[in-house]
Design a protein around this ligand. Structure first.
Ligand SMILES: [Zn+2]
Length: 446
């Protein structure tokens, strides 16, 4: 039995033996989060300059790109920086060997994204990048009183992490870190009953998972299948968009705050919710911009998010389009942290629906409406054509006959012109290849 105190000593020691510096980074991040806005921006800019100078020195691909746009890596303004072309997934696929830093001294890790559409992206990271990102995550979880080594149950469906190799590789960390990884695939009632029994025995301090998986558990708990006999410090929702209706249900069922974590496997940890409800950009880890050409309404703060990972020295991600749309905010937060905020995270551009007039409707608005129906366990909206929408639904026993008409009427209101909405009851909805649940599949946009 490892007590929290022993773990407090063991974990940093273990990290040090592995050559990682997570706890040194954590101490640094505990300090920088309180810097005032201007000071923090300066700190961020220093890191950006260091990354650009390194990329010009050691990364053939960027050396060429900087030359082409006439960027002086020793001295540049934000305007100069914005001349660097946006990096697409394809750019990385086509130039992989040239993006890897020459003679990088640290240990490399090869990773891939679990793409929900198209082929995955293979890329490199380093133990340094990973350690910094872990430190950033630990820092943000501490906002909620969640300490390193607190027992964690994580519901995960990604075939990447659940591969045998990864499990063996991480087994030691998991034991020391008190980290239980459970599959979020195939969450039948019998499986959920087992998970909850295990949780009741172990009493984890924190629960992490896809909102869709956590929501299934919440619905199961609320339906009275069984009861939780502990209260976690928080429930972290990650890797998918968190709908307000899901948040409410999860919060009720677990009796704990739901914490929104926003990251991308390739871009890194991007933003984290604080107890005041703001999504704070993890500004020491990433520099975020919005691609102004992609704003849906002309607002320059809204559009595709471009990520520069400030700690990606082995394989630099600079002005990388991760595929999500966000709205940046210039408001400060009452929690007092200088970290900038995201007003909104809007998900993928493919999460939009279209109507016959060619108008775009944000899929999450529609998803939010359907999520209000108590009798729906899971759903997925498939846009076949601009005038045909299929809604696949998994019902529970609260589903009423009148719900059919309510859904159709409520959704039709978002569309200009005719739209044919078909409800298709199904037994289950499979997660995508990446393990994530997709609310919206727009076949008309492909
Ligand atoms: Zn805050």
């Amino acid at each position: 039995m490892i007590t929290p105190l022993v773990r407090h000593i063991l974990y940093p020691l273990h990290e040090r033996l592995q050559g990682r510096h997570t706890f040194a980074y954590l101490r640094e991040l505990e300090r920088t989060q309180w810097l005032e806005g201007d000071r923090l921006r300066e700190h961020q800019w220093d890191k950006l300059r260091e990354l650009i100078a390194h990329a010009a020195r050691s990364v053939p691909f960027y050396r060429r790109v900087f030359d082409e746009v006439g960027l002086n890596p020793q001295y540049f303004t934000l305007e100069d920086f914005r001349r660097i072309p946006v990096m697409e997934k394809e750019t990385f696929k086509e130039n992989e060997p040239e993006i890897l830093a020459e003679a990088y001294p640290g240990k490399l890790v090869r990773l891939r994204t679990g793409s929900s559409t198209g082929s995955p992206l293979w890329f490199y990271s380093s133990t340094h990048t990973q350690a910094f990102q872990n430190a950033a995550k630990l820092r943000c979880r501490r906002w909620w009183g969640i300490e390193p080594g607190d027992m964690m149950f994580e519901f995960w469906a990604s075939p990447i992490e659940l591969s045998k190799q990864a499990l063996v590789h991480n087994a030691k960390d998991r034991h020391l870190m008190n980290h239980y990884l459970l599959s979020a695939h195939n969450m039948t009632e019998a499986v959920m009953a087992e998970y909850i029994a295990l949780m009741n025995r172990k009493k984890p301090r924190v629960i992490v998972g896809y909102p869709s998986a956590l929501h299934l558990l919440a619905q199961y708990l609320e339906a009275g299948g069984t009861r939780l006999r502990f209260t976690p410090k928080g429930v972290v929702a990650t890797a998918e968009m968190l709908l307000p209706a899901q948040r409410e249900a999860i919060q009720r069922a677990f009796g704990a705050p739901v914490i929104n974590e926003y990251g991308a496997r390739d871009g890194g940890l991007l933003a984290y919710e604080c107890p005041e409800g703001s999504m704070h950009v993890v500004a020491e880890n990433v520099f975020l911009e919005v691609d102004p050409d992609t704003s849906p309404d002309g607002d320059p703060a809204r559009g595709d998010v471009l990520v520069t990972n400030l700690e990606s020295f082995a394989y630099p991600f600079i002005r990388y389009r991760v595929g999500d749309q966000v709205t940046l905010s210039d408001k400060s937060c009452s929690c007092g942290r200088g970290l900038p905020r995201l007003e909104r995270i809007e998900g993928r551009r493919t999460d939009w629906l279209v109507d016959s007039a060619g108008r775009k409707i944000h899929g999450l608005v529609v998803a939010h409406t359907i999520a209000k129906v108590q009798g729906i366990r899971q759903f997925q909206i498939v846009q076949k054509t601009p005038t045909e929408l299929h809604i696949r639904i998994v019902k529970n026993n609260l589903y009423k006959d009148s719900d059919d008409a309510w859904i159709i009427q409520s959704l039709a209101k978002y569309f200009t012109g005719p739209v044919h909405i078909r409800l298709l009851p199904v037994d289950r909805i499979e997660a995508s290849q990446s393990g994530k649940h997709r609310f919206i599949i727009n076949e008309a946009a492909c």
